[in-house]
Each structure stands twice: as C-alpha cells, then as structure tokens.
Design a protein. Structure first.
Length: 674
C-alpha cells in the first residue's frame, strides 16, 4: 500500500465545490483488508444517506478539509460525487504493472484530462465532464477494474499527478467525456439501456427507501440469524444495498452481521456479491427493500422495534436511537449552516410555506410568479433570489397552466425551456400514501428544491378541512416529502369565510407552517402580505396587479389571454376595506378615519383615539365606591394596532390614513429591499 499524501491543490473546478471529505484507513470486523472511511470536516464519520440535505450540509470546501485533515492526521481527502456537479469520476483499479506501465486504452482516455495515481499507487483516478452513470466492472479477465461515479459515491483525491498530466499541462483542466471513454464504457458495462422494463410499473428499479439510520438497521439485523439460507441472506444484502444506496455503511452493516454466522466465508466474497447488487440496479426489475427485512423479523416471531407506514416517520418505544434527539453544544450549533432564503425575507429555505387567499385573489398567479423568479434566479419585488429547481403540482387549474406559462414567457422575454421547472397536472391524493411516494420520486428525479402543491383542497379529496385527523395526515405527507427530498413545500390554500381569521379549516395548518403568506384583493389591486415568518419579520406587504397578456388566437380568430403578475412598489399597504374590521371598536375606527374631514392629511393618532373612545359607553359598575377601571382608551389603542397590523389602516409619522390616502413620497414602498 503506497503511503498516502494530502494534496496541496486540485483543479479549480473541483476545489470550489462544497463537496469535500477527509478519510482514513480503518480495519473491519473479521480481519478483512482496511477500508477508506470518509469523515466530515467536523471530524464526525460520514453516515446516513449520500446526497441528503443533512449530508450536503456537512460537506465543505477543499481548502477547509485539506487543512483540517493535515491537523487531525487523517490519511487523505476526497470528493463526494453528487448529480449536480455534472462530472464523472473514473477509477481504474490494478491497472499499473510492476514496471509502471499503464494500458494504452487507459492512457488514450486520461491523457486529455486531469489524472492522478490512486492511494494504493496501483490504480489511476481521473475526472471528465458529463454523466456516464454509476457503474462498476471487476478486474476479471479484462486486466484491470473500471468504475464510474456520476450521481453518488466517494472518490479519494491524492494530487499525485500522472507524468502525462504534467506533460500535457492538464493539472487544472477537466475535459469532456470523449468517444474513446464511451467506447470503453460500452465494452465493459454494455448498453446503458434497461434490460427489462415494465412500462406499467413506474417504481420498478426506483423503489423508495425507508429512511432508516444505521442504528435502526443494526437493531433489525440483531433479531435475525445470519446463518439463514443463502437465498434469504442475499435478500438481506440486497435490501441493505438499496436502503444505503450501495455505500460503505451498508456493506459494513451486512459484513458485521454476516461474520458471526457459522457459514461465513470471507469479506472478499461478500464484496463480490455487493458489487453484483450494484450491477442489478437500474435494470427495470423490482428491487428488494427493507420491507423484506421487516417482514423477516416479523415472521421470525420478534416484535418489530421499528414500524413504518408509507412516508411517515418511524415510531419506536426507544426514543434514543441513533442521531435522533442528539444534544448539541452551543459550539456545534454555531457551526451548523444558518437558515437561508429562496427569496430574501419572503420565501425561507424551510419545510413548509402556506400561501392562502380567497378565490379570485390571484394567489396561484402570485405563487407561479414567485417560483419562476426562483427558477430564473431573478430578483422578485427587488428582493435577492437564490436559483433552484421547481416541481409544480398544478392540482387545481392544470388545464390553463400552459397559457399562464406562455403569458410569463411573453411578458418577461424568457424561454421557459431553459428553466428548471417541471409541472404535474394530475391531482395526487395526499390522504393516501401511494400518490405521495410518486410525488417524492418526481421530486427526486427532477432534483426539486421547491415543491408547490396547488391547492390543498384538491389533494385532500373528501377530507375534512376542519378536522385534525385528515389535515394532520395531509401535513404529515407534506413533511415526509420535505424529509425525503429536502425540498421546501409551498402549499396553496383557500381563505376562510372570515378573512381576518386566516386560512380555511384546521388551525393546526398555521401552526405547522414556517411561513404564511396572505393574498387579498380590492378591485384591480391585489396584495401579498407575510402574515407569519417563524424565523424572520412578518407584516411586510407587496402590492401587485394582474396584467392581461395575449398568448395566441383560437380557431375563430379571437385572442387567447392569460395574466402575469406586475408588482407595484409604490403602493404601501393592503386593501382599504371595511371588511377587514371586526367588532364594534374596529368598525368605529375605520368609519372615523374614512369620514374625517381632510382625509388626505390623515388623522392624528391622539385625536382618533379620543374621538372613538368618546363614542363608547362606559359602565362603572353597581358599586360607586369601587367603580370599574375605564379601559376605553386602551381598548381603542389595541384595536388601532390590530387594524394597522392587518393593513386595514396605515400609520405614518403619527397620523392614520386609509391605505389609498398614504402620501406617495416613495419613502416606504412595499417593494423596497429594506
């Protein structure tokens, strides 16, 4: 084994990726050969599922990982392969002879791009642009092993350049995959097309994972006899491979459990079977999942410590499993990434955002405008926007979605074909689990960062919106989509009959939301108000109008139109509607402001309080010696504050206005990025 060195530098296109890990050699149970075990920058061993939001959050830059690896005495560094990198790592194993010769077919490929020696000194590592899949071909009779990494996996990087890399000047260059490389892939892996595809079985080869932690898997295996027949033993291995995406954690769990069996052979034999599971993936056949292992445990007469139904979380009598309920020190929490924004101070990078409004308020147009801005990475209402991929479930009004997209294209002069947005126009049922699994798969295959569900009513057919049972089940499915994909859910919903009481139905919906946005209408003018922001400031409002756009012509020569959102940064507040007032005191306040002599000059706050309080009756009570406290002034002040918060009236410089009467001096425009 060659002595490993930690590189001082790597190609810039690799170094800038937030994708780096440390690693060190570690022995395995049973006395097999040491393995390269990856560690996060924090010093914790990499665990869980590669590419999950938790995993990505712990990856770091090359420089930070390199310096930490040197300080901690690690054996090396490496890169986590993720699909968005658009790269393929090439691993040629046991391809360098004792005299240093490398086969010509390998040299033809790697001489064009960055290439280096592997940690053992017997293999070659290289990187190219383009996706060639995650495939593996053993040494067998080919003379060398060959493996490609495009979507997942961990590749060590040594920085020990091949002489040809320095000769060709490719120390900082990653080339496109060429015909010679594709020919080798064809030769070693065969056709990339699935061998057997059932067109009626969407999940075949893409079965969802249960989301188990290594500790949960280990607890299940402890209840099974590893000396079982080979058929069942192989099925356990396949389930672990599928659940852990074929990573080292899954193999170690299988090997640690298997090595206690009477008929255990060797780690090398297990590795061959494990590699065979990799080749089986993606062939269009149904995959064995952890549901098989759960059934084995149940059939063996054991009580299941873990119970899983659909996409909800596990429940357990033991609440101290694995990473659940981990206690962090303040230092550890401060090292965790801060919560981010998709649109600064409007759409948080969180689990659930609820957007609600009355029918015809324009809420769906507003949400589409928001997510298309995110798909473009373009500012929205003057706010900074982070670019992301969108999956839009148009469960309500899907038939007219094409016209909305056409209108947006024309109004903004963009080509939506270039944007990362996908639309589902069939309404799923969130009260069942099967449809949710399909939405999860759609989100995963489209790498969605945001999933829009428009509307809640359409994805809960027959459900009781006022009951916790149905709405709680639907919300658990929303949380499951977030947990399985890491995407932010934007849930579009209807307002209740009393708009002042928020979204329609069960009050637990607002409590579950990380952010809530109300969309309202007053004639042609519409308003978007942030009514809740769990980790930010609420109360901000944006005025907008729906502008008609001609998108085409029908067979009768008449125009087809749709609408686009037009933000108006000059309008400060929400609709001047008396309907926003509730109760006697609030209605008196609104009527007093609206009927003031010089409304354009506004009403001094103190005068308004005095006039409204004077119109209220006061009952001192039956005992003149101990009269009740006169609370008319405080009641009026509280009611004024509530009306200002809802945007029914506006306070500026100590004066109260109806919204349309606010002086347009531009000092507090609703679209200003404060």
């Amino acid at each position: 084994m060659a002595e490993t060195a930690i590189p001082q530098r790597v190609p810039t296109d690799l170094a800038k990726l937030q994708a780096w890990l440390m690693w060190r050699w570690e022995g395995v149970p049973g006395g097999g050969k040491p393995r390269k075990i990856p560690y996060y920058f924090s010093g914790c061993r990499r665990h869980g599922f590669q590419g999950s939001p938790e995993d990505r959050a712990k990856l770091s830059t090359f420089t930070a990982v390199r310096d930490t690896a040197l300080r901690k005495g690690m054996d090396g560094v490496g890169i986590a392969i993720l699909p968005e990198w658009g790269l393929t790592g090439l691993d040629f194993d046991d391809c360098i002879s004792a005299d240093g010769h490398i086969p010509d077919e390998i040299m033809e490929i790697v001489r064009r791009t960055y290439c280096e020696f592997s940690p053992s000194g017997k293999g070659v590592r290289a990187f190219v642009r383009g996706k060639l899949g995650d495939r593996k071909s053993p040494v067998s009779g080919a003379g060398f092993g060959f493996e490609t990494f495009s979507e997942k996996g961990f590749l060590t990087v040594t920085g020990a350049l091949l002489p040809v890399c320095e000769t060709m000047g490719n120390q900082n260059y990653i080339a496109e995959a060429d015909d010679a490389l594709r020919a080798l892939c064809q030769k070693r892996f065969g056709s990339s097309a699935p061998k057997t595809i059932n067109p009626d079985d969407f999940l075949a080869g893409h079965e969802p994972r249960h989301g188990m932690t290594p500790e949960e898997i280990e607890a299940l295996l402890a209840q099974l006899d590893p000396s079982m027949g080979r058929h069942d033993w192989i099925r356990v291995g396949m389930a672990l491979h599928q659940e852990t995406e074929g990573d080292e954690t899954g193999f170690e769990l299988w090997n640690s459990w298997s090595c206690t069996a009477d008929n255990y052979v060797s780690e090398e034999d297990l590795q061959k079977d494990w590699d065979g599971f990799t080749r089986r993936q993606g062939n269009g056949q149904r995959q064995i999942t952890m549901a098989t292992v759960l059934k084995m445990v149940k059939d063996a007469g054991h009580k299941l410590a873990l119970v899983r139904s659909g996409p909800e979380s596990f429940t357990s009598d033991d609440a101290s499993r694995g990473e659940r309920f981990r206690a962090y020190t303040p230092c550890e929490l401060l090292q965790r990434p801060a919560a981010g924004w998709w649109i600064k101070r409007v759409i948080p990078d969180a689990s659930l955002v609820v957007v609600f409004g009355e029918s015809g308020s324009g809420k769906s147009f507003a949400v589409l405008d928001i997510v298309l801005s995110i798909a473009r990475g373009a500012p929205w209402a003057g706010r900074k926007t982070r670019k992301g991929n969108i999956l839009y479930v148009a469960a309500e009004g899907g038939g007219g979605f094409r016209s909305r997209l056409e209108a947006y294209e024309k109004a903004h002069g963009v080509d939506l074909a270039d944007l990362p947005i996908h639309i589902v126009i069939e309404p799923p049922d969130f009260l069942g689990s099967d449809d949710v699994e399909l939405i999860v798969q759609r989100a995963l295959t489209t790498s969605a960062n945001i999933v829009v569900v428009d509307t809640l009513a359409q994805v809960t057919p027959g459900g009781n919106e006022n009951g916790s049972e149905d709405m709680g089940r639907a919300l658990s499915r929303c949380r499951a989509i977030h947990e399985r994909t890491g995407a932010t859910l934007i849930l579009v919903h209807h307002a209740g009959k009393d708009r002042t009481k928020g979204a329609r139905g069960w009050s637990g919906l607002r409590a579950a939301a990380d952010a809530e946005i109300e969309v309202s209408r007053n004639g042609a003018r519409r308003f978007l108000k942030i009514s809740k922001m769990k980790d930010g400031r609420d109360g901000e409002q944006f005025a907008f109008e729906l502008r008609d756009v001609v998108v085409g012509w029908d067979e009768d020569g008449e125009s087809r139109t749709s609408c686009v959102v037009s933000i108006n940064p000059q309008v400060l507040s929400a609709p001047a509607s008396r309907d926003g007032a509730s109760g006697k005191v609030q209605r008196l306040i609104v009527n007093t402001v609206a009927g003031w002599g010089d409304i354009a000059a506004g009403v001094p706050s103190s005068d308004l309080e005095a006039r409204v309080a004077g119109q209220l009756d006061f009952d001192p009570g039956p005992n003149p010696a101990k009269p009740k406290r006169d609370q008319r002034d405080s009641n009026v002040r509280r009611a004024i504050g509530q009306l200002i918060e809802r945007g029914v009236i506006v306070e500026k410089d100590g004066r109260i206005y109806m919204p349309d009467g606010v002086p347009a001096d531009g000092s507090e425009g609703g679209g200003r990025d404060a």
